[in-house]
Design a protein. Structure first.
Length: 343
C-alpha cells in the first residue's frame, strides 16, 4: 500500500525560558504566513514573545495572536490548542493532540483553551485570532504548559489525483507559540517515576523501552539518564544507553529506549537499572521485566538488519571437534596398546 508522506516543517515562532522553544527564523521565501503573539498585561516577562501569564482561579481571558499573509494568494491556516507532551526523544512537543494524557495531569491546557479550528487569510492581509482561556476554580500550584499550533491547510489542488503519485512529499509549514500559565510563585519540583519496562522496537530495531514519568506540574530540563540492562541476577551489562540534555513537559511521560545494537531478543527475566539526574537531584530507576517467547519471536521477525544468532552453530562445531578429538585419542590409545602387546 502506497503512503502519502506529509513533511511538516516546524518553524518555532517563540521561546520558553527553559529553552523548550527557541526563537528561530524560517526561510521567509517559503513561508505563506506568519504569526505573532499579542502580549497582554498579565504577562510575567514582557520581553518574551510567547505567552507567560499569571492567572487566577476561575479567571476567563482572551489572548490574541496575529496571523499575517504577505503573499499574493489566499491562505487557510489550521489552528490547534495542544497540551505539551514529551516525545520519545526527550523533547517537549506541542503538535500531538491525540496522545493520551498522563494520569497525573490535573489541569489540561487542551481543556481550558478554546480556539477556532481555522482562519482564512486573503492575500496581503492580517487577522487577529482569539484564544479563550478558562482556568479551573480551584487554586493550582505549578505550571500549565501548552502550545498554539498553526499549520497551513493543504491545498486540495496539490493533492495527487492518481494513486501512482501518492508517494510524493508534500511540504507543510507550521508555527508554534508556547503558552505557560501559573497562579502562584510556589516552586513545584519535578519527580520521576519508572512506570514500566518492556521490549519494543524503535524504527524497526529491537530496543528496551523504559516508560519514565514526571508526575509533577513542573518543567524538566537538562536531564541526564544512564541505563543498563542485565540478565536477572547477572553482573554482565547486556545493553546500555546514556542520554543528556533531555526535557520533559509537566505531568507527562515518555519511553526511554535502550537499543539492542541489532541483536535479537532472547526470552527470559531481566533487570533494568537506571539513574536520572537533574542538577544535584538523583533518582534510582530500577525494575525487573520479562521478555516472553512470543514477543521475542514477533519482534525478531519484524526487525531490520538483525544479527543472526549463530550460537547453535558454534555449539554444533564444538561438539563435532570434541567427538573427533575423542576419536583420535581413543585410536592412539588403541594403537599404543597393540604395539605394547606385539613387543
Amino acid at each position: 500500500m502506497k503512503l502519502k508522506i506529509k513533511k511538516i516543517m516546524a518553524l518555532i515562532a517563540v521561546g520558553l525560558v527553559s529553552g523548550l522553544l527557541a526563537a528561530r527564523p524560517a526561510v521567509a521565501a517559503e513561508m505563506n504566513f506568519a504569526v505573532q503573539a499579542i502580549i497582554p498585561g498579565n504577562q510575567i516577562d514582557k520581553s518574551q514573545t510567547y505567552f507567560d501569564l499569571r492567572m487566577k482561579p476561575g479567571q476567563k481571558q482572551d489572548i490574541e495572536v496575529e496571523l499575517r499573509n504577505d503573499t499574493k494568494k489566499d491562505v487557510t491556516v489550521e489552528i490547534q490548542a495542544n497540551t505539551a507532551i514529551t516525545n520519545d526523544n526527550g523533547v517537549v512537543e506541542y503538535n500531538s493532540p491525540d496522545k493520551k494524557k498522563d494520569p497525573s495531569l490535573k489541569v489540561n491546557f487542551k481543556d481550558i483553551a478554546n480556539v477556532q479550528k481555522e482562519a482564512k487569510l486573503k492575500a496581503g492581509t492580517s487577522q487577529k485570532v482569539k484564544v479563550h482561556l478558562k482556568m479551573p476554580d480551584q487554586l493550582f500550584n505549578g505550571v500549565v504548559l501548552g502550545g498554539l499550533y498553526f499549520t497551513e491547510k493543504e491545498d486540495e489542488s496539490n493533492k495527487p489525483k492518481e494513486k501512482k503519485n501518492e508517494n510524493q512529499i508534500i511540504n507543510r509549514y507550521a508555527y508554534t507559540i508556547g503558552v505557560q500559565l501559573t497562579e502562584t510563585d510556589k516552586q513545584v519540583k519535578p519527580n520521576l517515576v519508572l512506570n514500566s519496562v518492556k521490549p519494543a522496537q524503535i524504527n524497526f530495531r529491537n530496543a528496551i523501552n523504559a516508560n519514565i514519568q514526571n508526575d509533577q506540574a513542573a518543567i524538566v530540563k537538562d536531564m541526564t539518564i544512564e541505563a543498563k540492562v542485565y540478565k536477572k541476577g547477572g553482573s554482565d551489562v547486556l545493553y546500555e544507553s546514556t542520554q543528556k540534555n533531555l526535557r520533559m513537559a509537566p505531568n507527562s511521560n515518555f519511553n526511554f529506549g535502550v537499543g539492542l545494537d541489532n541483536k535479537p531478543f532472547k526470552p527470559g527475566k531481566y533487570e533494568f537499572k537506571g539513574v536520572a539526574k537533574i542538577g544535584d537531584k538523583k533518582w534510582i530507576l530500577n525494575k525487573e521485566f520479562t521478555i516472553q517467547d512470543k514477543d521475542a519471536k514477533d519482534f525478531n521477525n519484524k526487525a531490520v538488519q538483525l544479527e543472526k544468532d549463530h550460537t547453535w552453530i558454534y555449539i554444533l562445531v564444538g561438539a563435532v571437534v570434541i567427538v573427533l578429538l575423542l576419536a583420535i585419542i581413543s585410536y592412539l590409545i588403541y594403537r599404543l596398546k597393540h604395539k605394547s602387546k606385539d613387543k
